[in-house]
Each structure stands twice: as structure tokens, then as C-alpha cells.
Design a binder for this molecule. Structure first.
Ligand code: MOS
Length: 744
């Protein structure tokens, strides 16, 4: 970065904010073309079995219905290799919509009715008659835990649990104090505001313009071209705005397949938008059953950590996430045994949801740490400080940076932790039981290969682009800042483009890696432009910078200036005019510096403090205060960064108290598939939230020093709340969500 850093670190408001609040921002189901047709999905009512008979005649008889696609008439060509895996696919065979008569989960798409209008399509879909041959299904993880196995690896980034170190079971038996408990977390669904939808515009030349709700246009493009045997130039995918996704848009979903299939077959433009109910039919955060056993010495030193988890997957893919590894990383302990298994259920494959693995695994560990603190008679924060990990013992590596101590210290001070009285039920106010709890959070700081293009025009305007996404994360804004900063331009002169597969390659937006990956590419592309414009500036006739070197100048306000004598300056426009250059274009591919990074463990951390008030008579819980102190490297935009963390904390409140997709085991079906019965926090549930970013310098993670903040916000929140509830009530509820009935 230039020395005269003005933009990075500033709380710039979203550059796309106006578009979003005025409705000008268009989402996948809002791109209209003349002659657009509408597809409505018919979903399976049983969890396992076969379609004996599908009668579509009544649907086809409705005026305006164009076609009803089923497994019996789907185009034969439209299929792909069972081994094809999208960028976020776990190992196994991906689900193939309308492939045959086999039913593998409740809610599975079994027909697509396409009509001239949405109303006709929806009505006709209700007339499709299905006869099932029902087989018995198994959807209860507790009943299936005996069948659990170590999943096949395959998904990029998945790390199996490290080998045991020391003798955890023996150390546990000899510990001065110990706890051994089972925790569980339920299925959750992402429930973004925008429902999944795809609009396929069938162009005159037969190519497809696809508007898809996705976290990765390139992933969608690859999927469509692979499945439908098209060349990538025949499929252009756009997703300029996404109304929340949280992981649900990482994999291509069935509405994409169905819309493309119908458009190709009918040679018409087709939109398929899922209903809120159907949002519960393509992936979820899986149920976990977790045993955590911890032992501590009389001095408060952690002697044993055992964390065993059974989670769920489908019959056709091995969904895996990193749930237990954090327990070997977060605290110093020489005796650790971690185990992770999955059991197959007759459901769709789970899919990543914000901080996949960590959100649930750290929840269990951090509740167990709280229980251990009580068992040992040590303050919960003190216990964590006593066992602070200076190194990652899983990998035997140092951390690239770790300001978790500062998080504990600053968070505790802001919260007022020192005023806590340790005994449960000791802080009541009338009928209200007040509780204070805390927990640690951790997530990875990852970087992926990404590319970006920067085009500087003679009028001083800069356009930077990359095929990444902005799922509400603030990507448009932060990339604009990085670009403007690097070339010293006012933000108004910089445009960042994303969400288009014709732009330079980018990975999925996920894993909290976008700033790190795409941001590095944007920075590099703009640095190359800088070099070129500087060369032109030196060559201007009688240039005051003729003898200057690049490191002796700064870029600001559209000028290149000598740092020593700012009056010696050349404007960008002047340099380009003199060089007779209308545009300077540079494209770069930015790769993580694996050599540099591999010697370290790269993580973000947090310390979360929560206050709850529990009504003694009703068992209702209000989270009245949350203080979250985050160590996430350099914060490029404190405003969008804070919003990320706020969102994570609000979700943590939901995870602790409300969210649960309830599956009727007899039907094998999620029953509360709507926002009336699937509870998420509303404004009244969200009170005082305070976010602190502690200073953290990191030169290893990437050239920007930013670690990514998309996921760390949720990690630890549910545990801090659960621990606060114990402090308030003396009741330890180990099964999320902690609903009032569990407290009475
Ligand atoms: Mo995130 S669960 O990687 O979208």
C-alpha cells in the first residue's frame, strides 16, 4: 500500500447500498425478458421409495401449460458423469434431478411444470398425481449412530482429525477434576431472504444467459456446461446480487438444472424459483451428537481432551466438516483424542452453513470448558488463559499471528466480567435471573487462487473486475477501496464488477476467503497498472518525476507525486495523454504464498461475552448484551466488518435459542418449513451488541494482512449464551436450541 493510506481502514458505506435499498439491485428471479416461461417444481412427499405412477395429464390439459418434465421424459442428453463434482461437492455421487424413479429424500423434485405464467404453472403442478411405492426410511441420527463410519475424504480443505497425542483416556481418569458430557445440535436451514431461483434466457443463437442465485458464477457455469455438454462460451452466468446465502449457494441446486433443461428443450427462456418450503429441500447444517470429556489438574492445567462427534450425511455423498479438530487446537493440552464419524440418513446431503463445523464443534467444546471451570472451581476466563495455546499442537506449528489474549482482555473489560459473581443464580433481579457467560471462537484464515482485471482510462476512471460474488458481505465496497487506495483515486472514480462468469476467474465466495483471495488479486492488478502509469509519468516531457523510482512516489487524488517534494507531480490523465494511451489494462492471477504460509497455522479468533435474563416463571431467555472481541488481522472497512460480525452474532443467538428444523421421523420430512415455525431472531430478540476489533498484524496470511471475517462472528456465540444461561439458572442444557420448555 502507499504510505498515504487514506481509504483502507475507513468505514466506507456500501457502494451498492443505494441500489439495494431502492430495489434497483436485481436478483436471479428479477431478470425479465419477453416470452419468459415459468417452471414450478413438484416435490416428493415420501422420503424413500419409487415413483410407481406419475399422471401429468390433468396438468398438461391446463391452457398455458407447455410441458411437464419428469424422469420419464427428461432429455437423455442432459446428464453428467456420476463422478462430476462441483467446487463444493463432497465425495460420492451428486444428486441428479429427475434421473429415474428412485426417491432418496422427502422433498426431492419429481416433476417440473412449465407454463406461460407462474400462476398457471403453480396451479398445474398441484394437479400432478403421483403414486408411490414406499420403502422404509431412516432419518434419525440417534438411531443410526451405531452405523457411523469415518467419511471418505474428497472435499477440498477438509482435514480429518489429527492422530491422538498422549494418552487422553488415562489422563482423564487421573485428572483432579473432570467432566464428560454429550452435547447435540439440530439441523438448521440457511433461510436467506432471497429464495433460490434461476432465470435462463434462451438467446437467439441458442446460447444461454443464466441468472442464478449462487455464491460462485464459475461453479455454476462449469456445472451447466458439464451436465448439458455445452462449451463454456455457450453459457454465461450472472449473479450480480445475492440476497443472502450463508453456504446454501455454494453448490449448484436443482432449480438450476431444471431451468436449464427446460430452456434447452423448449427453446424458450425459463425461470424456476423455489418456494420457502422448497428451501428446506437441498441441504442443511447437519445434526451433531458430540461427546466432550475434559480433565484438569489441581492447578487448572488441562490434562485431557476427548471430543467425539457423530454427524449425518446422505446415502449418496459423504458430507464432511471440521467439527472436532478445533478441540486439539484451541488450548494447550498434551493428551488429546479426537474422532469424527458420519452416519447415512435418507435426507439430502448436508451443505456448508456459516462456519461449517466450527459453529457446532466449538459450541460443544466451549460449553464443556465452562462445565470444567465449575468442576474445578476456576473462573471460566481464567481457565482459558491458564491453558492458552501458544502453538498449534495439532500441526505442531506456530500461529502466523494470534491476538486472542487481547480479545479476552478487551472483551472482558468492555463487558465488565470482573464484576461477575461466580455462583449460579447469584445475580438475579426480581423474577429475572441474570447470567454472564463467555466462550472462545476460532476459524481459519484461508486464501485461494483468484484473478482480477484492472482497466484505467485516460479520464482517470478505473474499472476492476473478478468473477467473485457479494452475498451481502460487502465485496463490492471493499474491492473498490483496495483498488482506489492502490491507485490513489477517489472512490467515485472506481467501479468494481463481479458476479459474471465472463470476468476473470474467482473461487466461490465462501470460507471467509474473498478479501484474502480476490482482494490480493485486485491489489496486484492495480499495482501493475500503477507501474505502467508511473512509467508514462516519467516520460512526460520535462517530467518532474523523470528520475524518480516507484517507491519514491505516492498516488493520490489522481496524481503521482514525489514523496519528498509533493509539488513535483504528474496527473494520471497527463501521463496517459502524453503517452498516447487510452487505457491501461492489467490482469493478474494471485496465488497464496504456500511456501511462506505452510510453516504456520492461520486462524482468526474471538472472545465472546454474553448476558442473558431468564424469566424464572416462563423460562424465556433474552440475550441482553453481547460483547465480541475479534482478532481477524487487518480490518479494511470497520463498517462492513462490524456488519459481518453483527450478522454472525445474531445467528448465534438463533442457534442458541431458536433455530431447529424439526424432522418428523415417521414421515422423514422437515415439518416447520416456513418462517412462521422455523424461528430466527427478530428485532426484539436482538439487544445490545458490541463488536471490538483488536489490533492484529499479520504479514503471512496475504499481502493485505486481512484474515477474513465472514464466519468467525458466529463461532462461540451459542456457547457463551448457553454458559450464561447456566450461570443464570443453574441448569445445564446441552441440546440446542435452548427453548423455554428445557428451562422449566
Ligand atoms: Mo460459507 S458456509 O463458506 O458460505
Amino acid at each position: 500500500m502507499t504510505k498515504t493510506s487514506t481509504l483502507l481502514g475507513k468505514p466506507l458505506s456500501r457502494v451498492d447500498g443505494r441500489l439495494k435499498v431502492t430495489g434497483e439491485a436485481k436478483y436471479a428471479a428479477e431478470f425479465n425478458v419477453s416470452g419468459l416461461t415459468h417452471g414450478c417444481v413438484v416435490s416428493s412427499a415420501i422420503a424413500r421409495g419409487r415413483i410407481k405412477k406419475l399422471d401429468t395429464s390433468a396438468a398438461l390439459a391446463v391452457p398455458g401449460v407447455l410441458h411437464v418434465f419428469t424422469h420419464e421424459n427428461r432429455p437423455r442428453a442432459a446428464w453428467f458423469d456420476r463422478n462430476y463434482q462441483d467446487e463444493d461437492a463432497p465425495s460420492g455421487s451428486p444428486f441428479r434431478p429427475l434421473h429415474d424413479d428412485e426417491l432418496v429424500y422427502s422433498g426431492q423434485p419429481i416433476a417440473l411444470v412449465v407454463a406461460e405464467t407462474l400462476e398457471v404453472a403453480r396451479y398445474a403442478a398441484s394437479l400432478v398425481q403421483v403414486e408411490y411405492k414406499t420403502h422404509s426410511h431412516e432419518t434419525d441420527l440417534r438411531a443410526r449412530r451405531g452405523k457411523a463410519y469415518a467419511p471418505r475424504e474428497g472435499k477440498g480443505g477438509f482435514e480429518p482429525p489429527p492422530k491422538p497425542r498422549g494418552h487422553a483416556d488415562k489422563a482423564l481418569a487421573h485428572a483432579a477434576a473432570r467432566i464428560d458430557a454429550e452435547y447435540s445440535s439440530p439441523v438448521e436451514h440457511h433461510n436467506p431472504m432471497e429464495m433460490h431461483a434461476t432465470t435462463v434466457v434462451y438467446e437467439d443463437d441458442g446460447t444461454l444467459s443464466v441468472y442464478d442465485k449462487t455464491q460462485g458464477v464459475m461453479n455454476t457455469q462449469k456445472y451447466v456446461s458439464k451436465v448439458f455438454h455445452l462449451s463454456p462460451d455457450e453459457v454465461r452466468v450472472r449473479s450480480p446480487f445475492v440476497g443472502g446465502a450463508f453456504g446454501s449457494g455454494l453448490r449448484p441446486q436443482y432449480q438450476l438444472f431444471l431451468a436449464v433443461m427446460a430452456a434447452r428443450e423448449l427453446k424458450r427462456s425459463v425461470r424456476v424459483a423455489l418456494t420457502r418450503q422448497q428451501m428446506f429441500t437441498f441441504g442443511h447444517r447437519p445434526t451433531t451428537l458430540q461427546r466432550v470429556a475434559l480433565g484438569v489438574s489441581a492447578e487448572g492445567k488441562l490434562e485431557a481432551v476427548i471430543h467425539e462427534t457423530v454427524s449425518e450425511t446422505s446415502r449418496f455423498e459423504d458430507y464432511i466438516e471440521v467439527i472436532v479438530n478445533w478441540s486439539g487446537l484451541l488450548y494447550q493440552c498434551d493428551n488429546v483424542r479426537l474422532d469424527y464419524k458420519v452416519a447415512q440418513l435418507d435426507t439430502y446431503t448436508p451443505i456448508d452453513m456459516r462456519a461449517p463445523g466450527a459453529a457446532v464443534g466449538v459450541y460443544a467444546l466451549e460449553c464443556a470448558m465452562d462445565e470444567l471451570a465449575y468442576a474445578a472451581g476456576i473462573d471460566p476466563l481464567e481457565l482459558r488463559l491458564k491453558n492458552y495455546a501458544e502453538r498449534d499442537q495439532n500441526e505442531d506449528k506456530p500461529f502466523s499471528s494470534k491476538e486472542l489474549r487481547a480479545c479476552y482482555q478487551q472483551g472482558a473489560e468492555r463487558f465488565g466480567w470482573a464484576r461477575r459473581t461466580p455462583a449460579p443464580r447469584s445475580m438475579r433481579e426480581g423474577k429475572q435471573l441474570i447470567g454472564w457467560g463467555m466462550a472462545t471462537g476460532v476459524w481459519e484464515a484461508m486464501q485461494q487462487e483468484a484473478s482480477a482485471k484492472a482497466v484505467l482510462s485516460i479520464d482517470g476512471k478505473l474499472i476492476v473486475s473478478s468473477a467473485t460474488a457479494d452475498i451481502g458481505t460487502g465485496t463490492y465496497t471493499v474491492m473498490t477501496q483496495i483498488a482506489a487506495e492502490t491507485l490513489g483515486l477517489p472512490v467515485e472514480d472506481v467501479t468494481f464488477k463481479l458476479g459474471d462468469s465472463s470476468l476473470p476467474m474467482s473461487p466461490l465466495q465462501g470460507g471467509s476467503w474473498t478479501v484474502s483471495s480476490v482482494g490480493s488479486a485486485v491489489k496486484e492488478a492495480c499495482e501493475k497498472v500503477r507501474e505502467r502509469v508511473f512509467e508514462l509519468a516519467r516520460k512526460v516531457k520535462h517530467s518532474p518525476l523523470a528520475k524518480a523510482r516507484l517507491d519514491e512516489v505516492s498516488f493520490d487524488g489522481g496524481h503521482i507525486r514525489s514523496k519528498e517534494d509533493p509539488s513535483r507531480a504528474v496527473s494520471i490523465t497527463e501521463a496517459m495523454r502524453h503517452g498516447e494511451v487510452l487505457h491501461i489494462e492489467e490482469q493478474t492471477v494471485s496465488l497464496p504464498d504456500k511456501h511462506k504460509q505452510s510453516a504456520y497455522t492461520l486462524c482468526t479468533h474471538s472472545a465472546v461475552f454474553a448476558e442473558v435474563r431468564v424469566d424464572e416463571d416462563f423460562g424465556t431467555v433474552k440475550v441482553t448484551r453481547v460483547v465480541s472481541a475479534i482478532a481477524g488481522g487487518r480490518v479494511l472497512n470497520p463498517k462492513t466488518a462490524r456488519s459481518q460480525i453483527l450478522g454472525g452474532i445474531v445467528w448465534g443467538i438463533g442457534m442458541a435459542l431458536e433455530e431447529e428444523s424439526v424432522l418428523d421421523q415417521k414421515l422423514g420430512r422437515f415439518m416447520n418449513h416456513n418462517l412462521a415455525e422455523y424461528h430466527v431472531p427478530v428485532n426484539a430478540d436482538v439487544q445490545d451488541i458490541d463488536v471490538i476489533f483488536v489490533d492484529e498484524e499479520d504479514t503471512i496470511v496475504n499481502p493485505l494482512g486481512a484474515k477474513g471475517l465472514g464466519e468467525i462472528g458466529i463461532v462461540g456465540v451459542a456457547a457463551a449464551i448457553a454458559n450464561a444461561i447456566f450461570h443464570a439458572t443453574g441448569k445445564r442444557v446441552r441440546n440446542l436450541p435452548i427453548t423455554p420448555d428445557k428451562l422449566l
